[in-house]
Write a protein that binds this ligand. Structure first.
Ligand code: NOJ
Length: 543
């Protein structure tokens, strides 16, 4: 497709293949099902699909525990199906990236199986072993609800092995050059098939060093740069997206000097969007955006509201975490590890205006937005399912049997459909929202279109505009002559505002979202009345 910076201005969609569409009627979504629905994604305006893990796995961590890196989980289909998906996407000008899980394998992976039973196996040194469980004590435990230590004793091996996630996910040993080479072969395998890049899982933890917290180590960056070099030397137009749930300076380091990741999730901004929405104040956003460092010009942030994991509260202070739990996760079942396992719509009280406002922030703050499947229609969750499964229920396509997800009998579905009064298939489904031009789906589709048409969003500068009112998050997005003024009323009350315009403006502002003229200039100030949770994307010509 010949545009190496395509990701700067792209809209991403995170797909859980198992939950999207079942073509074989076995109760599990699959790749052919995804192909059947690809026109839907094109209609929504999606540029790039990010597929959650699709590889063979015992599924203790829903596929993030890989037992074979170079084939497809039989539930999902075959490599041929995967190639057909790539073709279908590419034909429509869409791209596909997949998860690359570098840090660990499943304990069912043949490498680990060989390693544990034989100290002399060449695979022994693929993992991190120790006679004691006292090494690297400064490394935190991530899956706090289930894991007591990052070391687990393996009877067959007669040693402890190191793992940052579930004890069924032994960490690979990147000090071993053979591990590095194996993973480069995996990368090559998928790039040769034609994928457009990777969302790289859990990158901060690749190395361990005594006396450190074993995160973001220089050795980790060196290996990631090696991956980037390999890709740059051999392929074009591919993207590496970094999952590093870290504070701003540490996330920044993964962009390197433009020689590491092309993109990185903006983890620090995400929870502050929820804080700002709940408090009805822009302060949490102002605070965090001030701390977000500049990134190299060819790099890009990925902004997101929700994903397949709990809403992580790792990158907030303890006090902020308590507050978020109280406000957004009042029931114990809603909490998981250091986060909240709920979807966007339930988090925002299923208040359509508020959900749209959250999307206004998502699509207008710096970065390329990622939409989590089902959140474009405001799907609900099921906190009674184990782990994060309650966020991964079947996509609700229509009000028919199994919400149009599968023709299997309901008992065979991999997970029950959300069945609450508020979020059940009659209340929330794609077909109904497509018919209703005022639906969330249509609003989001409009925002996607505008985000892509107006390159200021992907490429432009960001600058706050003082609104003399704490409830208003107003900012400029500018690119050479083009200026958009984004105004979000974060509060549940209407607001009269007066924005001081330092530069003279030539024309009446037009709201891109509605096509309507909005507000008026009085003595150079822009005067406006905003409804509760209202937002405007104003096109303003400056003199
Ligand atoms: C981050 C993924 O998003 C999460 O789902 C997974 O459990 C961990 N990495 C471990 O791979």
């Amino acid at each position: 497709m010949g545009n190496s910076l395509w990701y700067k201005n792209a809209v991403f969609y995170e797909v859980y293949v198992r939950g999207f569409k079942d073509s074989s009627n076995d109760g599990n979504g699959d790749l052919i099902g995804l192909i059947e629905k690809i026109d839907y994604l094109q209609e929504l305006g999606i540029d790039c699909l990010w597929l959650l893990p699709i590889y063979p796995s015992p599924l203790i961590d829903d596929g993030y525990d890989i037992s074979d890196y170079c084939s497809i989980l039989p539930d999902y289909g075959t490599l041929e199906d995967f190639k057909a998906l790539l073709d279908a996407a590419h034909k429509r000008g869409m791209r596909v990236i997949t998860d690359l899980v570098l840090n660990h394998t499943s304990d069912q992976h043949p490498w680990f199986q060989a390693a544990r039973v034989n100290r002399n196996s060449p695979y022994r040194d693929f993992y991190v072993w120790s006679d004691t469980d006292q090494k690297y004590q400064d490394a935190r435990i991530i899956f706090l609800d289930t894991e007591k230590s990052n070391w687990t004793w393996d009877e067959a091996a007669g040693q402890y092995f190191w793992h940052r996630f579930y004890s069924s996910q032994p960490d690979l040993n990147y000090d071993n050059p053979a591990v590095q080479n194996e993973m480069l072969s995996v990368i090559e395998f998928w790039l040769e098939l034609g994928i457009d890049g990777f969302r790289v899982d859990a990158v901060p933890y690749l190395y361990q060093r005594e006396g450190t917290n074993c995160e973001n180590l220089p050795e980790t960056h060196a290996f990631l740069k090696r991956i980037r070099r390999f890709i740059d030397d051999n392929y074009s137009d591919r993207v590496l997206l970094c999952e590093a749930n870290q504070w701003p300076q540490d996330v920044r380091s993964y962009f390197g000097d433009g020689d590491e990741f092309h993109m990185g999730f903006n983890f620090p901004v995400m929870p502050r969007i929820y804080m700002a929405l709940r408090k009805g104040e822009r302060a949490p956003l102002v605070d965090i955006l001030e701390q977000i460092p500049d990134i190299p010009p060819d790099s890009q942030w990925c902004t997101f509201l929700r994903n397949h994991d709990e809403l992580t509260l790792e990158m907030v202070t303890e006090e902020e975490r308590e507050w978020m739990w109280q406000e957004y996760g009042p029931e114990p079942r809603m909490r998981q590890n250091l986060g909240i396992r709920r979807r966007l719509a339930p988090l925002l009280g299923n208040n359509k205006r508020k959900i749209e406002l959250a999307y206004s922030l998502l699509f207008s703050l710096p970065g390329s937005p990622v939409i989590y499947y089902g959140d474009e229609i405001g799907m609900g969750d099921n906190i009674w399912l184990a782990d994060r499964n309650g966020l991964r229920t079947p996509m609700q396509w229509d009000a028919g049997p199994n919400a149009g997800f599968s023709r299997a009998i309901a008992e065979k579905l991999y997970a029950p459909l959300v069945s609450s009064q508020e979020f059940g298939l009659n209340q929330v489904n794609v077909a109904a929202q497509r018919r209703d031009i005022n639906s969330l789906w249509h609003r989001i589709r409009n925002m996607i279109r505008l985000h892509k048409e107006n390159h200021v969003f992907g490429w432009g500068e960001f600058r706050w505009q003082d609104a003399g009112n704490d409830a208003i998050a107003a900012y400029w997005r500018t690119l050479s002559e083009r200026s958009l003024l984004i105004i979000n009323n974060l509060s549940p009350d209407s607001q009269n505002i007066r924005l001081r315009m330092p530069e003279a403006c030539a024309s009446e502002p037009v709201d891109l979202l509605s096509g309507r003229k909005m507000g008026k200039f009085e003595e150079g100030d822009l005067v406006l009345k905003l409804q509760p949770f209202q937002f405007l994307w104003l096109n303003i010509l400056k003199i």
